[in-house]
Write a protein that binds this ligand. Structure first.
Ligand code: ADP
Ligand code: MG
Length: 484
């Protein structure tokens, strides 16, 4: 395994969040009764002509701008010819030689915590195309049916360079891309409904070899977990083939989530010749500087720009900044909390959002947008940790109370439940003396060299103070008294 290097390139189909289809006025809404959202154009009735949906082009431009790509001034729609029952025209309208978006890159944070590293993945291109219909093989009077509702739905096919070197990098790429298309509002990212699906091209080569190995393409992976499992299996399989003296044949394969294995669907020999040619029904797509400027003006601050602000101005780590820009909702929540707690407490806000809040939301299966604790409430809570009104432990109690609606603000909860930290050294000293007198055995153990006895004494003082004594002061005072 060690002498092999993995090479991965990913093709992604993102369904664009337009109201109507890319070349017709039919609705793109998901889940309608079969064949109720396919008009004459989608059904390819004789004499119909496609009309390009301007909103789909807006989406492509948004994407191009957000990855630093070139938006082509001229791109061309082409017919990709093949026969399949779910494709009434006998061809798919796509783009081949001249795609609408060329180049660009995505910067990823791979791994977690301290082991995070940055990785730049170059993009080859992104092009506009239409989706096909869907064959229904189940529950259909023992026969197969065709649902053409999806036919003509706008897609952006996004192709990466073969820059990834592990399944972890592939998943980080897919997640970053998924986050980005949702961030800029061009795709709802719903993977179960097929709005965002990935094909992973995988090859292996001996470390140090310049040429790539032969790739196999795993089709239609619709979850990050399947993407990782499929690549890991495929890499294992390819290495084994080569080590046993067989050659890898270029092929398209399917991943079976039930067995965790990939199996060959077709090899290069049975590859289609799609006979691409420019679609005579559609003019070349011309995008002028004014169109690009308009779309640029409508773009929100991008995740990359936010990340930079979070690291440079707020002093967060690259990992924290990446986590907090996973979606606009998380970023907005974090920024609203910082607005209340102050920039100096940004790191504390980051920890609370990424750890405590995230865990609580996760437990209840809630989205951050529906968090029972608002960003303003959390910001107020963090202010009280920062100014030592409460300890971190008590803060967890206050958070829980806010979550359960037991107060409108952290201050109200602290007040009502009497949680204010005891910092009066006289009061703490009285508690320490009480505990030392009542726990002679612990004191003796500590003096005999048992460090653990000290923690037991701290625990006793905290218990006597109902958790509210300032922990640092308790520690300091106990040490002083025990030394004396
Ligand atoms: P096609 O047009 O047949 O789909 P492309 O050359 O456009 O082929 O490549 C498709 C995808 O495969 C791209 O994402 C690319 O980065 C990736 N790719 C190309 N060669 C390799 C390879 N040897 N190993 C892994 N991925 C590869
Ligand atoms: Mg391809």
């Amino acid at each position: 395994m060690n002498q092999w290097e993995v090479v991965i390139g990913i093709e992604t189909h993102a369904q664009l969040a337009t109201v109507s289809k890319i070349f017709s006025g039919a609705s793109t809404a998901f889940g309608a009764e079969p064949n109720t959202q396919a008009c004459a154009v989608d059904l390819a009735l004789p004499g119909v002509l496609p009309v390009l949906n301007r909103k789909a082009v807006d989406c492509a431009i948004r994407f191009g701008l957000s990855i630093g790509a070139e938006v082509a001034p001229k791109s061309v729609f082409a017919r990709k010819n093949y026969f399949y029952p779910d494709l009434p025209k006998g061809y798919q309208i796509s783009q081949m030689d001249l795609p609408v978006v060329v180049g660009g890159s995505l910067t990823l944070q791979v791994g977690s915590g301290d082991k995070t590293y940055e990785k730049v993945v170059r993009l080859t291109r992104a092009h506009l195309e239409e989706d096909a219909g869907k064959s229904l093989h189940e529950d259909f009077h023992g026969k197969s049916g065709i649902d053409l509702n999806r036919a003509g739905t706008p897609l952006l096919e996004i192709v990466s360079e073969p820059d990834m070197r592990s399944s972890d990098e592939a998943v980080a790429y897919a997640k970053a891309l998924h986050g980005l298309v949702r961030w800029i509002g061009i795709c709802d990212g719903n993977m179960q409904e097929g709005s965002f699906r990935c094909d992973a091209n995988v090859s292996v080569r001996p470390k140090g070899q310049a040429e790539f190995g032969t790739r196999r393409e795993i089709k239609n992976l619709n979850s990050f977990r399947f993407l990782k499992e499929a690549i890991d299996y495929e890499v294992h399989w390819q290495i084994n083939e080569i080590e046993e003296g067989r050659r890898i044949q270029q092929a398209t394969v399917l991943f079976d989530p039930d067995t965790g294995e990939t199996r060959t669907m077709r090899t290069k020999e049975d590859a289609h010749d799609y006979r691409y040619f420019p679609d005579p029904d559609l003019l070349p797509l011309m995008i002028g500087a004014d169109w690009i400027e308009r779309v640029k003006g409508e773009l929100p601050e991008l995740p990359g720009q936010k990340r930079e602000r979070f690291t440079n101005i707020l002093g967060l780590s690259a990992y924290d900044a990446a986590t907090l820009t996973a979606s606009q909702e998380i970023a907005a929540y974090f920024e609203a909390a910082v607005a209340v707690a102050g920039q100096g407490n940004a790191k504390l806000c980051a920890n609370w959002v990424m750890v405590d809040l995230a865990a609580r939301l996760n437990k209840e299966g809630k989205d951050i947008a529906d968090s029972p604790v608002s960003a303003q409430q959390l910001g107020g809570l963090i202010l009280r940790i920062a100014d030592n009104t409460i300890s971190n432990n008590i803060a967890k109690k206050v958070f829980e109370a806010l979550w359960n609606g037991e107060g409108a603000t952290a201050d109200e909860v602290i007040d009502k439940q009497g949680l204010k930290q005891i910092t009066d050294s006289g009061a703490i000293e009285a508690l320490v003396d009480e505990v030392l007198a009542a726990n002679a055995a612990n004191v003796a153990e500590f003096k005999a060299g048992k460090e653990k006895a000290f923690n037991a004494l701290v625990g006793q003082v905290m218990k006597a103070a109902k958790g509210k004594a300032n922990p640092q002061q308790v520690n300091d005072l106990l040490k002083k008294k025990l030394a004396g």
